[in-house]
Ligand binder design. Structure first.
Ligand code: SF4
Length: 124
């Protein structure tokens, strides 16, 4: 069985923002896909999670942490696994952001785009 990649928790990680997370009152399974979930089921669950993240007051702290930690699973800060993978692929692994706030600087465009009206399917 392959080893699952683990998050690389930054040494300066703080967790108090999680107490303010909008997801606290939702089933965590909404944010983490079950094994073998694909296609429309996965897109629908990811969309529901993103909608919650879009209204979360600690979204930027969450996204910054997830990018810095290279969280391998789940929706964090409105970013899906695939969206974060694209950020990781773009970033030089030797200079991967580690300090608090550096994830926002490195992936600001993707973090904003993740919950854009286009990404959420919202039309004016
Ligand atoms: S941004 Fe999303 S995953 Fe992060 S704390 Fe808020 S609701 Fe939870």
């Amino acid at each position: 069985m392959p080893q699952q990649p683990l998050a690389q928790v930054p040494s300066d990680a703080v967790w108090n923002w999680q107490e303010e997370g909008a997801c606290r009152t939702y089933d965590p399974l909404l944010f983490f896909h079950p094994q073998n979930e694909r296609g429309s089921a996965r897109a629908k669950r990811d969309h529901q999670a993103k909608m919650i993240c879009a209204g979360c007051q600690v979204r930027l702290e969450c996204a910054d942490y997830a990018i810095r930690a290279r969280e391998p699973f789940g929706v964090w800060g409105g970013l899906t696994e695939e969206e974060r993978d694209r950020v990781y692929a773009r970033l030089n692994s030797r200079h991967h952001p580690r300090e608090r706030g550096s994830g926002l600087r490195a992936a600001g465009r993707e973090i904003n785009e993740a919950i854009s009206p286009r990404a959420l399917g919202i039309t004016a």
